[in-house]
Design a protein around this ligand. Sequence first.
Ligand code: B12
Ligand code: SF4
Length: 470
Amino acid sequence: MRIPKICLIMPPGSKTGFPYVGLAYIQSYMKHRFGKNISIKTLDLSRKSFSDIHQILSNERPDLLGISCMTFTRSESFCIAKIAKEINRNTITVFGGHHCQYLWEQVLTHYPQVDYIVHGEGELIFGDLVQTLFFGDMQNLIKVKGISFRMDNSPVFNGPAQAVSDIDILPPPDYEDFEMSRYRDDEWIAMEFKSQIALQVYSSRGCPHMCYFCCDGQSRRIWRSRAIEKVIEEIIYYMERYNTNYFHLSDDTFTVNRRRVLDFCASLIDSNLNLKWDIRARSENLDKEILSALKKAGCLRINIGIESGSQKILKNMNKKQDIEKAIDVIHMARDMGLIITINILIGYPGEDDSTIDETLRFIRKARPHGIASNILMVFPGAEVYNYAKSIGYMNDAMWLDESMKIFYYTRENDYLKLKRYVQKCYITHYRTVGLLTAIRDIRNKVAWQIRQNPRYFFESTVPWIFKRQN
Ligand code: B12
Ligand code: SF4
């Protein structure tokens, strides 16, 4: 029997400092489950043009394409599936990722080039689907939980699959098909480690919270953790394979279980690996003991999702965080020599001049080392999306307009006002931390953008040069 050939696709538009861990996890699991019975590779098309992609798919001629589909890259994902079907209409296309799992009916109704959608964490479900399509009985398709597809021309969903309860059964991500040198200079990495490849390591999955702006609050509520030895084994593998001693511990909520954080730090210290790393955390999970353990174990930076300095907005967001306590935690962490960066989300329903003033006050008082301030984007799957739908401000059909990559909530404050709020946050931050930090940050940002995509950078910043050429 011919061995089925599977290609996983990271579409154009998904240009980040990281190789996409979601696909790397799927590739690794599939190799582990099917061994030599399938051939599988990841095609990182994040920087390819559609004519290149046509050529690549014509050469590869896969039996099945697994394509990642986020809201902001959905049109690229749909286009790739279309190209694949034009080359060979028998190619099976399977979509996964945040956009299509929430809007599965719409996608299956309007995009005939999409055959199957995997809902949620993809490894086991994709494995079951491949098993059924290539090695099983198609009659059993209806029994594969976690997928949707067309039956008699209508979209059907087989019901959700259970989240993988023991995540230690998942082998570590396989990055072998990514061109890793491209991911060397990551915008998010601490300056002195810039020349290194910094990979994302997940020591847990899921999140017990439910912030209303987050797409994941709904789909992956159950928090599950890996054995600490396995996490450290994975890190050692990256050190050896990619010659790095920096990693991002990217768990949605690494600090949710304080005993485990302390154990993880103790194990890292015992291992004498002398690694540097960073984490994302919620402020209420941090205290003196945790911060000191993190620092001793080599953690350099903590990114805290503060989101707003207004208790009213935090309540609207369903983010249970005490602003005054968050300020104390940031001071404590700074005093211990940890670098603190915070995220600020501008324009959540209820935002106005007075809530922004509270956020500016927070920035002045807390004095984090860095801030990332962004206007709220509303995506399917988030509770705020349901709210925007309930008041008639948004509807699912809007996403059929593929030119709409992202959607800002401008019902209460127009876009220019929201942009001004963002600018105010940065101005307040740089006034607080000083001009030298501002110059350094801008220099780093520009250098990173040029390295990532020079043409895009110059086209967007000095468009007249390109206009004159045309
Ligand atoms: C880390 C992260 C980033 C990183 C790196 C992203 C990357 N490309 O690697 C950074 C900081 C760069 C980033 C940037 C952005 N991000 Co982001 N990010 C995340 C985060 C926190 C974790 C993603 C992750 O790696 N998860 C771990 C892996 C294992 O899980 P996974 O990605 O869900 O993959 C599984 C399934 O989705 C599924 N699956 C995925 N693809 C496929 C394909 C197939 C074929 C199959 C079968 C299954 C499958 O199986 C995977 C394995 O289980 C998520 C939130 C979250 N908790 O998921 C947001 C998230 C993905 N980001 C989001 C957004 C909006 C952005 C930005 C646009 C934000 C901005 N303001 O610019 C940018 C866009 C960057 C870009 N161009 O790609 C949204 C996407 C919403 C949407 N509907 O599209 C999310 C969901 C956050 C949110 N708002 O709730 N992000
Ligand atoms: S934003 Fe973070 S803490 Fe809030 S629900 Fe999403 S993953 Fe959990």
